[in-house]
Design a protein around this ligand. Structure first.
Ligand code: ADP
Ligand code: MG
Length: 369
């Protein structure tokens, strides 16, 4: 207020609103990259190559071998709420793709210089388009914002430059470029493990040796060995759990009768592996998410199995009926809730626990004989 009374209320400019909203979805280079990786996976890519400069703040580039984007769609590509993945609200319940809000590219275009080069199988050449504030923009030093024909492979290359150049508070909230790069590697590593059929590479611009590099047509266990090392890989147990598995043969109604459909797969370390901190790779319906509840439940089954202060490595991929997951919680889609959360978590935890106990008992027998 001023001594003369309150200031008038004014409508914020559209571009200011969008920039603020964008900062909420894209918090740091790693969160921009997560969205871009998900788009590349949604596009059916078998190869995803990432190049990073200055922790992703100067440059974040992702080249994929996916289906590409139709030239006719380029003008609205970076507009908010434009998507090829959802058309009616009820589609939300059947969602099998990562994306659905059509907000990622729009958000990125509000807080960076965004360039897209894309080619579909039927295009005879690739098309290059630059974006600012949700719309096509003329590249620096030129006057036309029209997409330009250029050479390129099938697939899409997205280049994000000078992230947060126009949102100084976001920029100043970031850590050092090495810390931001570590977060980027973490995201790439986790998606590479969850998508062992896809080849991932991630490197710093100008460096010839990638920091993450996986082959295509691999398996989750192989990817864990490659990316987290033999120390973890040699002590891994595996469990595949589903709603129809009977924990207790005497339980009356099978879960199938109740119409439950879910399944889970886990790779988790045994009693011989001791880490300082729990590493949990949690995917729900293929989306990398975090859940304190699941983490706590899983950590607690290691109590009594691991010495005090020691922690496990756990990869858990949970698939639930899309109808029972509420993905529409937050734009970052990190926070996921689902029906029967407690029962499902309990079933998974007890199944891992049985394997852990079974394994340590068979070890005892081995030693005795
Ligand atoms: P969403 O993923 O929620 O649909 P995005 O803003 O992330 O929204 O992307 C908008 C649209 O752009 C997608 O629906 C998709 O059609 C297209 N798209 C984005 N990235 C790619 C890509 N790497 N390959 C092919 N199409 C893409
Ligand atoms: Mg997306």
């Amino acid at each position: 207020p001023t001594p003369d009374g309150p200031l008038p209320i004014r409508r914020l400019q559209e571009s200011v609103i969008n920039r603020i909203a964008a900062g909420e979805i894209i918090q740091r280079p790693a969160s921009a990259l997560k969205e871009l990786i998900e788009n590349s996976l949604d596009a059916g890519s078998m190869s995803i190559k990432i190049t990073v400069k200055d922790g992703g703040m100067k440059l974040l580039q992702i080249q994929d071998s996916g289906c590409g984007i139709r030239k006719a769609d380029l003008p609205i590509l970076a507009e908010r709420f434009t998507t090829s993945k959802l058309s009616t609200f009820s589609d939300l319940a059947r969602l099998t793709t990562y994306g659905f809000r059509g907000e990622a590219l729009a958000s990125i275009s509000y807080v960076s210089h965004l360039t897209v080069i894309t080619k579909t199988k039927t295009d005879s050449c690739a098309w290059k388009a630059c974006y600012a504030d949700g719309a096509l923009a003329a590249p620096r030093g030129t006057t036309s914002s029209e997409p330009k024909a250029c050479a390129g492979n099938d697939g899409t290359t997205i280049t994000v430059e000078n992230l947060f150049y126009n949102t100084p508070t976001r920029l100043s909230a970031l850590r050092s470029s090495s810390e931001e790069y570590a977060r980027i590697l973490d995201v790439v590593t986790k998606y590479a493990i969850h998508n062992p059929h896809v080849s991932f590479t991630c490197k710093k611009a100008g460096s010839s040796a990638p920091d993450v590099s996986t082959p295509s047509a691999s398996t989750t266990a192989q990817a864990i060995r490659l990316l987290y090392g033999q120390t973890i890989a040699k002590d891994l147990l595996y469990a595949s759990i589903s709603a129809s598995d009977q924990i207790d043969a005497t339980s009356d109604a099978s879960s199938e009768d109740k119409g439950e459909t879910w399944s889970a797969e886990a790779h988790f370390t045994n009693a011989h592996y001791h880490a300082k901190k729990t590493v949990l790779l949690l995917f729900i319906n293929h989306r990398l998410v975090e859940s304190l509840r699941i983490k706590k439940a899983l950590e607690s089954i290691y109590n009594g199995i691991l010495p005090k202060g020691a922690s496990p490595f756990i990869y858990l991929s949970l698939q639930i009926d899309p109808q029972s997951v509420d993905v529409n919680v937050h734009p970052t889609k990190r926070e996921v809730h689902f029906l029967d959360e407690e029962t499902i978590i309990e079933r998974i935890a007890s199944s891992l626990q049985q394997k852990l106990i079974g394994q340590s008992q068979s070890r005892v027998f081995e030693y005795q004989t």
